[in-house]
Design a protein around this ligand. Structure first.
Ligand SMILES: Nc1ncnc2c1ncn2[C@@H]1O[C@H](COP(=O)(O)OP(=O)(O)OP(=O)(O)O)[C@@H](O)[C@H]1O
Ligand SMILES: [Mg+2]
Length: 337
């Protein structure tokens, strides 16, 4: 199901003061995609997410989820609609006094899922998330990763079209995070569920999302496909989030002069796999050494970054730079810090 925001805003009143948690925002999340939202604490990510299932009602604007305009639904229709929008949380939100199976049964019951079929459905869901052996276990005896799997099973119980994830991996270690992200990817692929993930970690976006919106101060300030955002961030906040992959240290003893330059290059897409160095060495009377470099794969597409020290006559260096600037797929990179 697609999700469309039209001029949606949310203003909270706190102690008599207005807080613009979401400024008027128009946004389309496509059916079947994994859409990421990143931003610092207080940027408005959770507010935007909670507007999708109307856990918060907007101060203005319209929200379409599939064919339904959410603000126009009756309470009863909204309740039914919400069953088709699953949600998972950083703190898992499991009921501690209920077993894994009972936690899932709880939401099946609330949706009036036929009693005789509940057990079969629970088995199916636990199989999907790889927890078939934990049916009768209580949450306190599960690891964080296992708890989140229960959270995911519960969110999928009523066969949703949309899954909302609010920092679902923020409480997990890196390895467990990977397995949960892989599970989410599989769910998206196999079940065709539209997934919206909030995170403050670009690594999660890189691993999981196809498109990403960057939020700051209640607004989506930059939006695009994940590769584009990583390779050509425009806004300062976005640059801050992707800086890790550009963050190469320059050895302290190197002093830049017009005859000794440090040049950092970015190789986009297929260009990252071409043999550019050969050409540089062959065509210029310069001494070129590699100071640092790496290739990142974003959605499987390479983004190469290479830091070179180039020494020689300043005219020759200029010639090199001019030729680099004319080479498709190669750009000089800023170092963001
Ligand atoms: N129920 C509320 N009442 C008043 N203000 C709120 C409420 N919920 C959120 N806010 C404020 O709205 C702004 C956006 O909050 P929100 O929770 O959406 O941010 P966030 O990006 O999810 O942050 P975090 O990364 O810390 O979870 C913040 O200034 C927050 O204090
Ligand atoms: Mg939040």
């Amino acid at each position: 199901m697609s999700i469309v925001f039209k001029d949606v805003s949310k203003t909270y009143i706190h102690k008599g003061k207005e807080i613009n948690a979401l400024r008027p925002t128009s946004l389309t999340i496509h059916e079947g995609e994994i859409f990421g939202l990143i931003g610092f604490s207080g940027a408005g990510k959770s507010t935007l997410l909670r507007l999708i299932n109307m856990l918060e009602s907007p101060s203005s604007g319209m929200i379409h989820v599939g064919d339904d305009e959410m603000t126009g639904l009756s309470n009863k229709d909204l309740r039914v609609k919400r069953q088709k929008i699953g949600m998972i949380f950083q703190q898992f939100n499991l009921i501690e006094s209920k077993t894994v199976a009972e936690n899932i049964e709880f939401v099946l019951k609330a949706a009036e899922y036929p009693k005789g079929q509940r057990d079969g459905r629970i088995d199916q869901l636990l199989d999907l998330v790889g927890l078939s052996d934990k049916k009768t276990v209580y949450p306190k005896n599960l690891s964080g990763g296992q708890k989140q799997r229960v959270g995911i099973a519960r969110a999928l119980a009523n066969d949703p079209d949309v899954l909302l994830s609010d920092e679902a991996t923020s409480a997990l270690d890196p390895d467990t995070t990977k397995t949960i992200l892989n599970l989410l990817k599989r769910i998206n692929k196999e079940l065709g569920i539209t997934i919206v993930v909030i995170t403050h970690e670009m690594a999660v976006i890189k691993e999981l999302a196809e498109r990403v919106g960057v939020m700051s101060d209640g607004a989506v300030i930059e939006l695009g496909d994940v590769y584009q955002i990583f390779s050509e961030p425009k806004h300062e906040v976005t640059k801050g989030f992707v800086q890790d992959i550009y963050d190469f240290e320059v050895p302290a003893h190197i002093v830049e002069t017009s005859e000794n330059r440090i040049i950092t290059l970015k190789f986009l897409r297929e260009s990252a796999e071409e043999n550019h160095l050969n050409k540089l060495y062959r065509n210029y009377d310069l001494s070129i050494s590699i100071l640092n470099g790496r290739v990142e794969y974003i959605n499987g597409i390479p983004l190469g970054i290479l830091m070179l020290q180039v020494s020689g006559e300043s005219d020759e260096i200029r010639r090199l730079i001019e030729s680099i600037d004319k080479t498709p797929g190669v750009e000089r990179a800023e170092i963001y810090d």
